[in-house]
Design a protein. Structure first.
Length: 304
């Protein structure tokens, strides 16, 4: 039986992961599993920077537009679904690609999830009440006091993830970040991790340009169509929350757009922090495609 390889492409938002993943998929004749948790949702297109329809035809993608914002979905379900999808891909090919910037979802596929306590409904309700009454800043303060390490990497615009971390800390009396450091799960494939980077200011500039493009492509109109569902977990994310505040007359449109840029840059910084902690990632500049292909080929042949 041939050794199977999972080629993992990671990096901050707007660095060029999608283009590279497509080229690698075509070179190794395989398919791509998306590990961008925001791109799962059918209703969220412009604000999540999904691959274009043309890009989706250049290589087969899985988990793009796979669920609705109304569906209950979490990282544990993704782990199960992604492993099943990989089994199907590996039945046809020796390699598969996992591409995205959602570190928790990538880690679940590569290493497995940690045995964390089930949600505690009374505590969850209490934390949701704090969010409703005191706002997201109160959650940030609480999480930072309980687990400063996880606070540095979590998406601080996503109250759902912060509430879960606070809940685990309070239920176990242990930091969430420490509970997530268990041994890796056994997997029937070898993992080759590629990190894509660029100068930080260049990435920030691309983020700013991307947001402008999103606005010109109809992001405000998309967010307005989703406004009735703003309470859903899927929509507690950058690019939408800021516009919901604009619709609620809390900010001007210009301020909302600037906040989207700022919060996306903050998110990219947290992604860097997350991925830099993984010693298995081999980093390349976004323009070093030939070197990346060569590195992956050598690793698959056992030469690197």
């Amino acid at each position: 039986m041939h050794t199977k390889f999972l080629l993992v492409v990671v990096g901050p938002t707007a660095v060029g992961k999608t283009t590279l993943a497509i080229h690698i998929a075509n070179h190794f004749n395989t398919e791509i599993i998306s590990a961008d948790s925001r791109q799962f949702f059918r209703e969220m297109t412009i604000g999540t920077a999904k691959p274009s329809s043309e890009e989706l035809t250049m290589a087969k993608h899985h988990f793009i537009n796979s669920i609705s914002i109304h569906d209950e979905y979490n990282v544990g379900m993704f782990e199960t679904d992604a492993l099943k999808c990989l089994e199907e891909i590996f039945a046809k090919y020796d390699a598969a690609i996992l591409c995205g910037g959602s570190g928790l979802y990538i880690n679940a596929v590569c290493n497995g999830l940690d045995a964390l306590p089930e949600k505690d409904t009374p505590l969850r309700n209490e934390l949701n009440l704090i969010l409703k009454v005191k706002g997201i800043e109160a959650l940030k303060e609480k999480l930072q006091s309980l687990d400063a390490d996880y606070f540095k990497t979590v998406d601080q615009s996503n109250p759902h993830r912060m509430i879960r971390a606070i809940e685990v800390c309070m239920l176990t009396g242990t930091k969430y970040s420490e509970l997530r450091k268990k041994q890796k799960a056994s997997r029937p494939f070898k993992t080759i991790k590629i990190g894509i980077e660029d100068e930080r200011e260049a990435v920030y500039q691309k983020i700013n340009e991307r947001v402008d493009t999103m606005v010109n492509s109809g992001l405000v109109e998309e967010a307005k169509s989703l406004y009735p569902f703003k309470h859903l977990n899927a929509l507690q994310t950058v690019g939408y929350r800021e516009l919901f505040d604009y619709f609620d007359n809390k900010t001007s449109l210009a301020e909302a757009i600037q906040l989207i840029k700022q919060h996306t840059r903050n998110y990219a910084k947290r992604q860097w922090t997350w991925f830099r902690k993984d010693p298995d990632i081999k980093w390349f500049n976004r323009n070093e495609e030939a070197a990346i292909i060569d590195f992956v080929t050598q690793r698959m042949q056992g030469q690197a």
